[in-house]
Design a protein around this ligand. Structure first.
Ligand SMILES: *[C@@H]1O[C@H](CO)[C@@H](O)[C@H](O)[C@H]1NC(C)=O
Ligand SMILES: *[C@@H]1O[C@H](CO)[C@@H](O)[C@H](O)[C@H]1NC(C)=O
Ligand SMILES: *[C@@H]1O[C@H](CO)[C@@H](O)[C@H](O)[C@H]1NC(C)=O
Length: 313
């Protein structure tokens, strides 16, 4: 009995000390709310692996300018509320396909300024991802990832693939297929073999294309063709249709919430009224009963009087 207790005590102190030992040697991040989001600020802390000691309920992790070479799924899976992740300017090269899988809340991911060669295709299926920065990963192959991931289902509105190609790595423009919400696309500084209308047919909400210093071989003038071919037109129309459905669904959802709130208010009002009425009724009943009780009491008294009278003296 006593022996067991001692063992448990020893074991727990050992576990505790090994745990705190880990966190004592790890660089410190500053945990604080920024724009009402719980943030782990680990900017420029000389991290070489993904931090293990930041609380799992943070919403923002800022890891810009560190020396992290590898991130795997087990590093990230404990952050259930992670919304924004900055891994800008690290030494990342290989990322497993599954590494970001399950991060349901992740909406902004910055992987700029690394040495990533392959984009994990599962990125393009994240349900909340709307801003993705892949800039300055010189050997990245976006085409393969996109082809593997198609159709892209994440709600991307902003995509930055600037400075990802160079003289030794000239590629075709990636064919993203349909991305109905994409509004901003940054392709600054890239070299492409070819850009054709086909590449933009599925980007029907595109408003800003940042294409400073983009070089492409347009010797056959295919990009400047006056008429867009039928297939591209049909993709464009499909994109617009999906966009329209998304907007409609959003509106219906909003109306649904409005109706729900109104119903709830009505129910609360009805309940309050019901209880008020019931209380009033009870009060009235109690008052009536009190009134009826008085003669009964008097009778009782007279009865008692009668009884005493009937006693033989
Ligand atoms: C994930 O990476 C960490 C280092 O950051 C390592 O300790 C751990 O063993 C890795 N896990 C897997 C499953 O590869
Ligand atoms: C586009 O990318 C370039 C190069 O990475 C960058 O300097 C520029 O700020 C970006 N523009 C926008 C609007 O994000
Ligand atoms: C465009 O290229 C020129 C020459 O290489 C360079 O000086 C300039 O900074 C580049 N502009 C951008 C926005 O990258």
């Amino acid at each position: 009995m006593g022996n067991n207790f001692l063992w448990i005590l020893l074991l727990s102190t050992f576990l505790e000390s090994s745990y705190s030992y880990d966190c004592k040697t790890e660089p410190r991040c500053q945990i604080s709310p920024i724009h009402k989001m719980k943030t782990a600020d680990c900017y420029n802390r000389n991290f070489k692996t993904f931090p293990k000691c930041i609380p799992s309920d943070v919403e923002v992790i800022e890891l810009t300018f560190n020396r992290i070479r590898k991130v795997n799924k087990s590093d990230l899976s404990r952050f259930g509320y992670l919304t924004i992740l900055y891994l800008t300017d690290n030494l990342l090269s290989n990322l497993d396909d599954e590494v970001f899988k399950g991060l349901e809340s992740l909406s902004t991911l910055d992987l700029s300024l690394n040495a990533i060669t392959k984009v994990p295709s599962s990125l393009f299926q994240l349900p909340s991802l709307n801003k993705l920065y892949l800039s300055q990963n010189l050997n990245i192959n976006i085409i393969d990832a996109v082809e593997e991931a198609k159709p892209i289902s994440c709600p991307l509105t902003m995509l930055d693939i600037s400075l990802t190609t160079y003289e030794d790595n000239i590629l075709d423009f990636p064919d993203f297929g349909i991305m109905p919400l994409l509004a901003t696309l940054n392709i600054t500084g890239n070299l492409y073999i070819k850009i054709t209308p086909k590449h933009f047919a599925g980007l029907c909400s595109l408003q800003i294309l940042i294409n400073t210093n983009v070089t492409t071989d347009d010797s056959d003038g295919s990009c400047l063709e006056a008429d867009v071919n039928r297939d591209d037109m049909s993709v464009y129309n499909q994109c617009q249709e999906i966009y329209g459905q998304m907007v409609m669904r959003h509106r219906i959802w909003k109306i649904g919430i409005g109706v729900g709130v109104t119903l709830l208010l009505l129910i609360i009002l009805a309940c309050t009224y019901f209880f008020w009425i019931r209380k009033k009724h009870r009060k009235e009943k109690a008052q009536n009963q009190r009134k009826e009780n008085i003669p009964i009491g008097a009778d009782g008294m007279s009865l008692l009087n009668n009884q005493t009278k009937s006693f033989p003296i």
